[in-house]
Design a protein around this ligand. Structure first.
Ligand code: DCP
Ligand code: CA
Ligand code: CA
Length: 370
């Protein structure tokens, strides 16, 4: 009405949503194989040293949990069905849900394949963050056939705990007014960053809940917990000012190795290149960054250091493809009378060029409820 554009208002309450998929890997497997539905399913290796990556809700009733040795899981649940992880499929689902998130805000901070924080303070087409979260959950279900749970609150700390509160297929809204009481009731081990060890230490001090934590002075906490004290002090009061930070798109990702003795024959170089490809691919998987360009770097014994690059239409899809391109590029630089003292592989060319711009501050929306 006034025609004055909204300015970012950093004192206005924020609207933060945390979305987390339910029993993610296991649910994907049950979706894609109807025979697994309704059954206790573990994703992971069933062999001697395997561990459970994900357990279906049916399996959890038997006490099967993520990171549990598969042997233990089988003992707890003899009918447990093990299936292999299919990361390509999980990544594809992850991309689908992230695309949905970006329809609501640029301020999306993924924490892993199946979860993200969203700051939806500036979104105007729906009246509340709760309505946004419900719409997102419905769209995820339409697009993927899977369920997600949501936490809606005024900061990251509470939104993340809230998304766990009514799992699976649930939503939990914690308003600024409710925040302190919500935190007071929580066992401290539910606080992000308080692991079993710290929880034990707190228990020995008589601190079991958010309320117990809040009753301590900052000095007391500092003496016992050092640098974490300030976080505990603030979190126990429901305060957390951390911003939702969209992950910066990385420009390149690689690894290189220098060898104590110069390499002379091709087989030896190929073997070394295979090791480097393993490292680069593992890093790519960890950061979910798959580039379209592969660059090989090589240093001859006289320190001349040429590079050779090749780009494709699509991002490199596998470790073997990365390695194969590396080998092709190597063959453009050898044989050579000089020995080779360093080899390196780099991937670059991630995402679309227009994605690589920085996200601006989104204006705050005043006066609307969570
Ligand atoms: N994961 C893994 N190893 C772990 C924990 C998790 O490989 N130690 C994988 C498998 C999970 C996915 O990450 O499906 C997501 O992890 P979550 O902690 O979010 O657990 P889930 O989605 O399986 O279950 P929940 O419904 O409790 O979120
Ligand atoms: Ca999950
Ligand atoms: Ca998760």
């Amino acid at each position: 009405m006034t025609g004055v554009p909204d300015a970012p208002d950093h004192s206005a309450p924020r609207k933060i949503i945390h979305i987390d998929m339910d029993a993610f890997f296991a649910s994907v497997e049950q979706r894609d194989n109807p025979e697994l539905r309704g059954k206790p399913v573990a994703v992971g290796g069933s062999s001697g040293r395997g561990v459970v990556a994900a357990a279906s809700y049916e399996a959890r009733q038997f006490g099967v949990r993520s990171a549990m040795p598969s042997v233990t899981a089988k003992r707890r649940c003899p009918d447990l069905v093990f299936v292999r992880a299919r990361f390509d499929i999980y990544r594809a689902v992850s991309n689908q849900i992230r695309a949905i998130f970006r329809d609501y805000t640029e301020l999306v901070e993924p924490l892993s394949l199946d979860e993200a924080y969203l700051d939806v303070t500036g979104y105007r087409k729906l009246p509340t963050a709760t309505a946004i979260a419900e719409e997102i959950r419905a769209r995820i279900n339409d697009a993927t056939g899977l369920t997600a749970s949501a936490g809606v609150s005024y900061n990251k700390f509470i939104a993340k705990i809230a998304s766990d509160q009514n799992k699976p297929d649930g939503i939990c809204v914690v308003t600024p007014r409710q925040g302190p009481a919500f935190v007071a009731k929580l066992p401290v081990r539910r606080f992000h960053g308080i692991g079993p060890k710290t929880a034990e230490k707190m228990k020995a001090l008589g601190i079991e809940t958010g309320a117990d934590l809040r009753a301590q002075s900052e000095e007391f906490l500092e003496q016992r917990f050092g640098k974490s004290a300030r976080y505990y002090y603030r979190a126990s009061r429901g305060i957390d000012d951390r911003q939702v930070k969209p992950n910066r798109i990385r420009k390149s990702l690689g690894a290189e190795r220098t060898y104590g003795e110069d390499l002379h024959d091709r087989d030896a170089m190929i073997a070394k290149l295979a090791e480097i490809a393993d490292v680069v691919w593992e890093r790519a998987q960890k950061s979910e960054s798959f580039g379209r360009t592969v660059t090989l770097k090589l240093r001859y014994s006289d320190f001349e250091t040429p590079t050779r690059a090749r780009s494709r239409e699509q991002p490199v899809a596998s470790r073997d493809e990365l390695f194969a391109i590396g080998c092709d590029l190597l063959d453009t630089l050898i044989p050579d009378a000089r020995g080779v003292r360093l080899l390196g592989l780099t991937m670059s060319g991630f995402g679309q060029a227009d994605e690589e711009t920085m996200v601006k501050d989104v204006p705050a929306q005043l006066g609307l409820e969570l």
